[in-house]
Design a protein around this ligand. Structure first.
Ligand code: ADP
Ligand code: MG
Length: 559
């Protein structure tokens, strides 16, 4: 049988796996178990929608069998199996979610030391094995095939014998070297610990034959060693458990196991709703911006389960665009299983859940802002821009939901403030919320336009993100206070007497002003006298709705 070559990118990933560092190797088991669990899910899902197929829960399990004498570790599942073509397509190339995301991130960073945080998929087997042999028989087929590979140099596929549907993966565990120990992956206690750590919530039993001591029959004082099959995982999915039973680490593990992100979540939200809609959800606010977050490629969505069975991997309808950073899952008994994507959009239950979820996220963010300011600012660094777009988009429809979540850098100590903080410490005579828009805070501080406002003891919000001013225009006011750009014509600071003086000045020097206007024709609309300047002789100001900064951005936009 001719040996086939891996695709180039698979090869790179494989090499990385083979050279991975010690502490990360244990996750191969999480990966293989989660594949096995996915394969059983597929059969379960088929049975739910296909009357011909009966799913008897007891028939479905994952079994782990270490064999020290042969140095093999075998992972068997009774899942849907793979045909010859599927063995070729699924194991011969990296095409799938986890592995692909991993590859992208690795390319962006360069990290041998971040493997453990990823869903790295099937190839992770090569972290601990020299040879991987997969024997599989697909549901509905009476043929079985064997895929075998020694790593980077390719793989073979040959016909094989297998009595039952499902997949068996045999890992030939690497020999110990001076630096690296692999024996532990054949040790019962070690395997048990790894499974508990990563795969406790897998919904099917993960079994292993273990040796235990049992009192000898007829004699309670003497023990004998017996072999007994045990289930190692607790099986209850995390979202069905009570919050009180769960630790932060449990949620973090779940986040990792599910590959919601490559970071640690900043915050989790566990929802158990049993009012008008009944559902469980676990939502996460990630710490870091995904590499494609601010691109068109980024796809928002939550995993959607119907009574414990995954029916959609990314249900976008569950999240508003401005909360598209949220990761997680929703499980509801009220959803029909074989619902199509189009039907889902109109599903009343789903709409209610989405609304409910939106409110949960909003209040979680609000309480983070209130009680965990540092964390919130971290979050805001990553995703604040998205919130501001949220205010601006859809004609400002969501501004009420979002305005209290916004932060801007203030001239006061150059710290981030909320609009509420700004307004509540405004001096009594201050009428407007002042802001200055530009490329950097350094430059904004030097603007002649900011001088008079600061001089009055008023704070200025510095807008350095191009969306800032657009968002604020959409808000128009906050708590009855209008926003005012420091570059606008009338700052609302000059007194009537000041204005009179300006007018007089303009009248007295009519010729000069109109000569200036003539020279600058087409560049400025008019030249006026002003009391706003102190140490600068002149500044630009804008009349009307569109500020100078906005004009720049609008001009730069493709039509
Ligand atoms: P992912 O799980 O993210 O899709 P993997 O590299 O872990 O990526 O697995 C690749 C594919 O191989 C899976 O999507 C699945 O189609 C197939 N596969 C892997 N293990 C099994 C298994 N035990 N039973 C059936 N199919 C499997
Ligand atoms: Mg996988």
């Amino acid at each position: 049988m001719a040996k086939k070559q891996f695709k180039a990118e698979s090869k790179r990933l494989l090499e990385m796996m083979i050279n991975s560092i010690y502490t990360q190797r244990e996750i191969f088991l999480r990966e293989l178990i989660s594949n096995a669990s996915d394969a059983i899910d597929k059969i379960y899902y088929k049975a739910l929608t296909d009357d011909q197929l009966v799913f008897n829960k007891d028939d479905y399990f994952i079994k782990i069998t270490p064999n020290k004498a042969d140095r093999t570790l075998t992972i068997t599942d009774t899942g849907i199996g793979m045909t010859k073509e599927e063995l070729e397509n699924n194991l011969g190339v990296i095409a799938k979610s986890g592995s692909l995301a991993f590859k992208n991130e690795i390319e962006a960073k360069d990290g041998h030391n971040i493997i453990g945080q990823f869903g790295v998929g099937f190839y992770s087997a090569f972290m601990v094995a020299d040879v991987v042999t997969v024997t599989s028989r697909a549901l509905g087929s009476d043929e079985a095939y064997q895929w075998e590979s020694k790593g980077a140099d390719g793989y073979t596929i040959t016909p094989a014998e297998k009595d039952t549907v499902g997949t068996e993966i045999v890992l030939k565990i690497k020999p110990n070297t001076e630096e690296d120990q692999y024996d532990e992956f054949l040790e019962e206690y070690r395997l048990r610990a790894i499974i508990k750590k990563y795969s406790d919530f897998i919904r099917y039993p993960i079994k292993m034959d273990v040796k235990t001591q049992r009192p000898k029959e007829g004699d309670d004082n003497e023990f004998e060693e017996v072999q007994e099959e045990q289930t190692l995982n607790s099986m209850v999915p995390i979202w069905r458990k009570n919050k009180g039973e769960l630790t932060d680490a449990d949620y973090e593990n779940f986040y990792n196991e599910k590959r919601y992100g490559f970071d640690k979540p900043l915050k989790h939200i566990h929802v158990k709703a049993d009012g008008a809609v009944v559902y469980n959800a676990i939502l996460f606010i990630p710490e870091h911006t995904p590499f494609d977050y601010y691109t068109k490629e980024y796809e928002k969505g939550l995993e959607l389960y119907s009574n414990g069975v995954l029916i959609m991997e990314k249900c976008g309808d569950l999240l508003p665009d401005y909360f598209s950073f949220v990761k997680g899952m929703v499980d509801s008994e009220d959803l029909s299983l074989n619902i199509s994507r189009e039907m889902l959009q109109h599903d009343r239950q789903l709409t209610l859940i989405a609304k409910n979820i939106k409110n949960k996220i909003k209040s979680a963010l609000q309480s983070m802002l209130k009680d965990e300011r540092e964390k919130y600012e971290k979050f805001y660094q990553s995703f604040g821009r998205g919130l501001k777009f949220g205010v601006y988009n859809d004609y400002g429809m969501h501004k009420d939901d979002l305005q209290d979540l916004l932060l801007f850098t203030s001239s006061k100590e150059k710290k981030l403030v909320t609009l509420d903080e700004y307004v509540s410490r405004m001096p009594e005579d201050q009428k407007y919320i002042y802001y200055a828009a530009g490329d950097s805070i350094d430059r904004l501080e030097k603007l002649p336009q900011t001088e008079m406002v600061l001089d009055k003891g008023y704070e200025i919000l510095y807008f350095t993100d191009d969306v800032d001013e657009f968002a604020i225009k959409m808000l128009m006011k906050y708590k009855e206070k209008e926003f005012k750009s420091v570059s606008s014509g009338d700052l609302g600071i000059e007194s009537d007497a000041d204005k009179k003086e300006n007018e007089a000045e303009e009248n007295d020097n009519k010729e000069l002003f109109s000569a200036m206007e003539g020279i600058l024709a087409g560049k400025v609309k008019s030249v006026k006298a002003s009391k706003r300047l102190k140490s600068h002789p002149v500044c630009l100001s804008a009349e009307g709705e569109v500020s100078i900064e906005m004009e720049k951005i609008l001009k730069a936009m493709p039509n």
